[in-house]
Design a protein around this ligand. Sequence first.
Ligand code: ZN
Length: 575
Amino acid sequence: MIKYSLSQENPQRQYIQFQAEFPHDGTEQFAVQLPSWRPGRYELGNFAKNIRNFKVTDEKGKPIPFSKNTKDSWKVEATGYSVIHVNYNYYSAELNGGSTFLNEEMMYVNPVNCFLYRPGFEEVDGFSVELNLPNQYILASPLAEKTKKAFVARNVHELMDSPFMASASLDHHSFNVEKTTFHIWVNGKHSLDLNKIEADFTPFCNAQIRDFNGFPQDDYLFMFHFLAQQSYHGVEHEKCTVITLGPAEKLLTSAFYEELLGVSSHELYHTWNVKALRPKDMLPYDYKRENYSELGYVYEGVTTYMGDWYLLNSGVFNFQTYAKHLGSYLNRHFQNQGRFNYSVAESSFDTWLDGYLAGAPGRKTSIYTEGCLIALISDLMILTATNGQANLASAMLKLWNDFGAKGGGYSSNDYFNCLESVSNLSFSEIRAQLVYGISDFRPFLDDALEPVGMKLTESPNSNKFTSNVGIKLGEMPSGEFKIIDIAEGSPADTSGIHIGDTITAINETTELTSDFLTAIDYEGKVELKVNHLGNITLCTIVCSAITFFDNVQLEQLANRSESQLNLFNQWSGDK
Ligand SMILES: [Zn+2]
């Protein structure tokens, strides 16, 4: 058993003190590793940049020589030692769903950021963790026993997958669905009624558990940080999720509350899809290096689609609310010129390069966006082919039974075999054109939506400047507007301006506001003063009659046949 003790000597400095005690067999071989990334975010994390005062000693505190092997692993000259102590401080000043944070009010730890482990012993090394915290602190952890500030993890994977938070002011509420107790833990000031959360969570928890024939855990924790600042982030784990949302003052607005429901349903679905049911490429996780996979369209795409679909199907969202959320994915897809340049499978492999950044303009697609739309198309195709007898959830149940429930990992072939086996359809075209190809999604969406009595409609972008000039702008803290996208083929595209330039004046007006941009008459031309790498240039853009960056919405058909209505009711849960 590896023993860890964590303490907070000066919490305002935001360093957590780690003391680790590793048993050793006296041989020369001893190395410790800090994870290079964290599951849920498929890019390198470089967590070792937060470590200082790294020391290795024997039981009596006598230093043992060590050296660094790589950016996040250490080699110790361990001959003759039966116990090796490793002490270090970890800088904990980042607060999101997957980070580690310390201040005078809380300690919040994602062990995958900051716990050392012995590479090669991931399955066999157990851990005991003791937390030296103020008496009044309460601990929320998927591993801790009630009232104790300590826990045990059976191996490296369980330790790394078990975040915890401790504070004097955590709110707790629990409820049961089927055989599982769901815990809501809240850190931070909030005005939410936790009984309302229970009422709104129960239907989607129930529906997901129904479709997977049970839940893999006896207890599950939704751990929320409500922040005063802007935040929207959730991270999945086998036994819990950590979700940061803010600003907390907007919690009671419907838009914010819908986000809370959306991210919670999404993260719960991950309990199966990616935690207990995982591509072979990532089973087991290798924390030392990149774990490449082309299957992001399943582990994030299907999760993104199903998370919101369960809210619709269980009656938490009505169709209008669902369509609004799907609309944001439709717009991200149709307004991204990268959809004709890089497939979602290739983009999945490359999350390790730039999956969480805008990246080079028009280069790539997204496992969330394109993955969600492919899942929608697949779901409706199965529903139509089986006349409502099966759907994507049936295929995911088969994938779960055949792989996840047996502890195995799946491949791309396995996933498509499940889609085909529940529907008797061929998915080879979807796979070739949409997953591994860069074909236009529109005909596939139109064909899938029509039998279920739905369609897509376009309307001009509500931002008139974007719509008429073909430029997307982002407002910077300085009040200036930065060009974040230019529509190919628009008047702006050939006017000599660049993505990344800032606009300092329009038609000689320097006081730029969103209202001003909306009020301009776009019948003729606009004159922009543009800052490109410090050089100010003037450029005139003649607006065209064509609109750019149109919005795309999901709508129900006005006149539906009985068959369309039946399938729609099956799909939406309006039975
Ligand atoms: Zn996700």
